[in-house]
Structures are given as C-alpha cells and as structure tokens.
Design a protein around this ligand. Structure first.
Ligand code: M6R
Length: 588
C-alpha cells in the first residue's frame, strides 16, 4: 500500500532508489516518482503507471541523496500529477498512509495562498512543512506531524539538509545501512541488495539521516537508539530459478514454508500459550482476505481441540462491531504483513477490552508484533506476489500445531509428510492447466465443498478472481440448491472439492445436480473412488495424493492456487500485480 525508499550515500541516488522501488512495487503500482537533491536543487521525475516508466529519465537526476515512491491510489486518480514526490518550497516528500484531516488543512493553506497541484491527501504535508519552517528542520517536522491525523510513513528532503528525514507513525519504516550510506524504506526487499543491517522505526520516531550518520529521535525529539539487525539476504534473493512469476515461485515454496514453520514453532509456542488456550472462554480469530480464510480453517481445527467458544471474524467488521471478550479470551490476529490497518485496529480494540492477543504473522518486525502479547511466526519468507499463497499455507501449518498443543510432535510429523506431497504437487502442470483452461472459457466459476473443503473453496474463489478477474464465488456444496443453482448452465464451471470421506456422498449429490443442469464440473479430490466414479462424466478430475481429511487442505488449496495462477497467465493478466490491488493494505 504505497512503498517509499530514501537514500543518502556516496553513490548516485536515482538508480539506487529506482532499484528499491522495483522491489516495492507489490505495495502499489498506480504511479511512481523520484526526487534527488544536489547542490540545493531538486531533480524530480514522476509518472503514472509502473516503476519501469521512470527508467529512461534517471540519467539527468543528479545527487547522492533522494526519495522515491510507488503508489496505490487512495485520494486522487492514478496520474502523473498525483504521483509522489510532492514538492513545496524547500521541501519534497513521499508518503505512505492516509492524512485523514487533509481536507480542512488544505482549505486553510489554500486560503493562505498555497497552490495545490494534486488531488492527494499527501501534498498537504509538503505545504505545512514549508509554511512552518524557520531554519529548524526537525522542529518543522515535529510541528507538521502535530497537525496531522491518520497514519504516515514519510521520507522528506529539505534543500538545507544534505540527507533525508524519515518519520513513522502507524505506517512502517525501516532504516538500513549499506551501499555507501543509509536507506529508509517501507520494507526490507527494497534494500536487501545493498544493505547489511537494518532497524525498525518505532511509532512516532523521526530519523535524521546523512551519508555517515543516522540520528533517531522519539516523537518528543529525545534521542533514542534502535537495535540494528542483519539483513538476511538469502530470503530476498530470487536467484535464477525457472519461475516466470513470483506467484508460481511462492506456490512452489508451500512445502518449504510448512517445514520452516514447524521448525520455528517450538521456540515461540511456550510461555503459557497452551494454558491460555485451554483456559479460554472464547478464542476469536481476526483477519482480512486470505488471512481470514485461513482463520476459517483454524476455527474448524480448534473446535475439536479446545472447549472455548471459537469464532473467526472479518477484521473490518470486528473493528466497528467487536465481539464481546473478557480477560479469559484469546484473540488470534492473523496477518501476513502484520500491517493491515483493519486487522491492527480490531486487534487493538479487543486487546483493550481485556483479551490476550496472539499474532500469527509472516513479518517479524511488523506493527502487529508490537501490540501482541505473543507472536507465532509463519515462516514463509518474503511474499512478493499480491495474492497470498505460501503465507496461507504457513498460517494453516501454524494453526495445526497450535491446535495440537501441548504435545504436537505427532502433528508435526504429519505436516512434514504432507509437505513432501505438496512439493511434488507443485511440479504438476497438466491438470492445473486443464482446469485453468476451463476457468478461462467460462462465464463464471463456483467453488464448492463441504466441511473443511468449503473453507478451501472460499480461498480458491478469492485467488481466482483476484489474479484472473474471472467472476468466481464459493458455496458450501449444500447451499447451491438454495439459489445459486439458478445460475448454472453450460457456460458456468463448478469446481467441486471432495477430500473428506465422511462428507463425500453428500458432495457427490451436488455434482449430480450440476451435471443434470448441463453445468461444467471440475473435480478436485483426494479420494480414488470419487475420481473413478466421475472420470469421463465431468470435464476434469484432479486426483490428489490420499492424505487424511484434516490435512487435505494443504493439497487442495495448493492445487487451486496453481489453477488460479495458470488461469491468470492464460487470460493475459499479470498474476503478481492484479489491477486495483496492493499487498499490505495499510489504509481502512
Ligand atoms: O497482510 P495480511 O495477511 O493482513 O493481508 C490480508 C489481505 O489483505 C490479503 O490476504 C489479501 O486478501 C490478498 N490479496 C489475498 O490474496
């Protein structure tokens, strides 16, 4: 949700910032821009569209200090003029977040004679800085921030300062050292090529950064020190593999994610977690999108394991209508990025109401980890594709282990076996391609299943629609006949997931109902007899390895991730950067 990069060092800033922005494009790709500073002059280039549109304009950009931005539009369309950086007088800024009170601020400034060029909320920051500046840069930053409401990660250039200023308030900023200087960025991939170590700014921190020095101050402008940690480069280096897209590479990392999550779990799971869960009156999962979908599976796993009332809630709903909790309740916030605004807010509200907060996240330094009482790591490594795949798998692995506490050794062994099957499955091309072709040639695709298969259907429908733009929806198989069957005809595909022996007979009824209305069916099953029964009668059957029902979601979900990926490619979409979306949704 917008990415910022800043650099002050001994190299040309424009190219270094450009390369950082390329790595942050997953956060937004509506427009991009860079400003460099040299000899008290700004050099700016900004364009609507992807970062690569800047590549031919870098040559003339002088200076070894600069800031850059890749945008996911919130206020104002995706256009050159709305692209960051925004400039006013002696200042240039890039911003990730939302200035909630920008409208009254803009009106006041306009009345005082300021002329605004863009429709963005962010531009007011540059104007306020310029209007309060009296030669004291950090003082101007403090005064400016005190007038803002909302959340912001800012990188600021001032013509009177050789370096840059970085500010974090509710949106992430890391400071990294390396490549002949210092960086600031929204996330580590931006700097992983050149930086050796990094620290995370805490809420309200202001960093004054020059080539040889980085001074960090708290919101009250007291000097503070933040711990620098090594950049684990291998996590971010996508070495010459044969994957044409991050999405495929990440699906192929599902197995590795299960193994790594199993390995790290013991370190994090102690400290009374089991006792908390066992004694809980309620266990509430909260998340958005795919994280919410994994929570649906968690709800099912936990229901057999703990006596508490268990629920999964959508964070954007829960923040305005929070479930009642007590000091015996456990809230489990699920978030790949750990920065999703709705999830953070809902978690904060439930924690304030007394609940014990557990974060299940893929991002160890994220905002959710700072408010959680306990953090359980999902070890998927950096996920770049906007569509979540391996992080979903890692979340499932973590929930399995949590649901098998205190003695989870047997479950861990089961997970490691299923990881081997997932690895083999990811190598398959033919069946995913066959079902993807059916998706692309259909007017709509319905994913249906019963029990745990219904949870996989929910995630599969989201995956297909977000990367291929094909209309897709999900239903528990028994719900079809209560309305949706009216939509079934020869142009509509139903992908039916049958991996639970106990419910197979019932799901087979749904297949018959669809076939008798001339609907197309693709079957995804771990059950050989089901596959035999329908082979030749339906358009495709994907027989997955025969794993127990409670583990089958690892394989059926991965199979349908592959289908979504191939459908996107067949439909000519970029699966890594779906239109209108961004990774880590840091605004409401
Ligand atoms: O970073 P988070 O897990 O909190 O993100 C939640 C959703 O925004 C995310 O899962 C989104 O739905 C993805 N585009 C799904 O592929």
């Amino acid at each position: 949700m917008c990415g910022i990069v800043a650099y002050a060092g001994d190299k040309r800033a424009a190219e270094i910032i450009y390369s950082g922005l390329e790595k942050l494009e997953y956060r937004g790709y509506d427009s991009a821009g860079i400003t460099t500073l040299s000899g008290g002059e700004f050099y700016t280039v900004k364009r609507s569209g992807r970062v690569c549109r800047l590549s031919k304009c870098l040559e003339d950009m002088r200076g070894a200090t600069g800031i850059g931005h890749t945008r996911w539009a919130t206020h104002g369309e995706a256009s050159d003029v709305n692209a960051h950086p925004h400039l006013c007088g002696r200042f240039a800024i890039v911003h990730n977040g939302i200035i909630e009170n920008y409208a009254p601020l803009k009106a006041q400034l306009a009345e005082a004679g300021h002329i605004f060029l863009s429709q963005t909320d962010s531009e007011v920051v540059a104007h306020i800085l310029d209007s309060v500046y009296d030669g004291d840069i950090i003082g101007a930053v403090k005064k400016t921030c005190s007038r803002l409401k909302g959340c912001w990660a800012l990188a600021i250039l001032c013509k009177d300062f050789k370096g840059f200023i970085a500010v974090s308030r509710g949106s992430p900023v890391i400071i990294a050292r390396g490549n002949g200087g210092f960086f600031a960025a929204s996330d580590i991939p931006a700097v992983a090529d050149g930086a050796d170590n990094y620290c995370v700014l805490q809420d309200g921190d202001v960093a004054m950064v020059e080539r040889d020095e980085c001074k960090i101050y708290s919101a009250e402008l007291k000097p503070v020190s933040r711990e620098f940690m090594p950049v684990e480069r291998e996590q971010y280096a996508w070495l010459g593999d044969d994957c044409s897209h991050h999405m495929l590479r990440e699906i192929r990392s599902n197995a590795r994610t299960i193994r790594a999550t199993c390995q790290k779990f013991p370190l994090a799971a102690g400290g009374g977690l089991y006792e908390r869960l066992r004694g809980a009156d309620k266990i509430i999962f909260v998340g958005c999108g795919t994280a919410y979908n994994s929570a649906l599976a968690a709800k099912r796993l936990f229901s057999g394991a703990y006596d508490a009332f268990i629920e999964a809630v959508i964070a954007s709903e829960a923040r305005y209508n929070p479930p009642a909790v007590t000091d015996r309740s456990v809230v489990i916030a699920v978030s790949q990025s750990g920065e999703t605004a709705d999830t953070l807010k809902a978690a904060e509200i439930l924690k304030e109401a007394g609940a014990y907060l557990v974060a299940v996240t893929n991002t160890g330094y994220s905002a959710i980890t700072r408010i959680a009482d306990k953090v359980l790591p999902v070890c998927a490594g950096s996920e770049i594709c906007v569509a979540a795949t391996k992080s979903y798998t890692g979340q499932l692995a973590c929930f399995h282990l949590m649901s098998a506490l205190p003695d989870y050794a047997r479950r861990k062994a089961e997970l490691l076996k299923v990881a081997d099957e997932a690895e083999k499955l990811a190598a398959d091309e033919l069946l995913s391609l066959r079902i993807a072709e059916l998706c692309v040639s259909s007017r709509a695709v319905f994913f249906i299943g019963r029990g745990g298969d219904a949870d996989v259907a929910t995630e599969a429908a989201l995956k297909l629609k977000e990367v291929s733009y094909i209309f897709s929806d999900d239903y528990p198989a028994g719900e079809l006949k209560h309305g949706t069957l009216a939509l079934i005809d020869e142009d509509v595909l139903s992908v039916v997931i049958i991996c639970d022996e106990c419910l197979a007979e019932k799901s087979k009824n749904a297949v018959e109902q669809i076939l008798s209305r001339k609907g197309k069916v693709a079957l995804v099953t771990t059950i050989k007899s089901v596959s035999d029964e329908f082979s030749g009668r339906v358009s495709a059957v994907w027989l997955l390895p025969p794993v127990p029902a409670h583990l089958s979601h690892f394989l059926s979900a991965e199979a349908l991730q592959l289908v979504a990926y191939r459908a996107a490619v067949l439909a000519g979409r970029d699966p890594d950067k779906p239109r209108n979306l961004a990774k880590s949704v840091t605004v409401e």
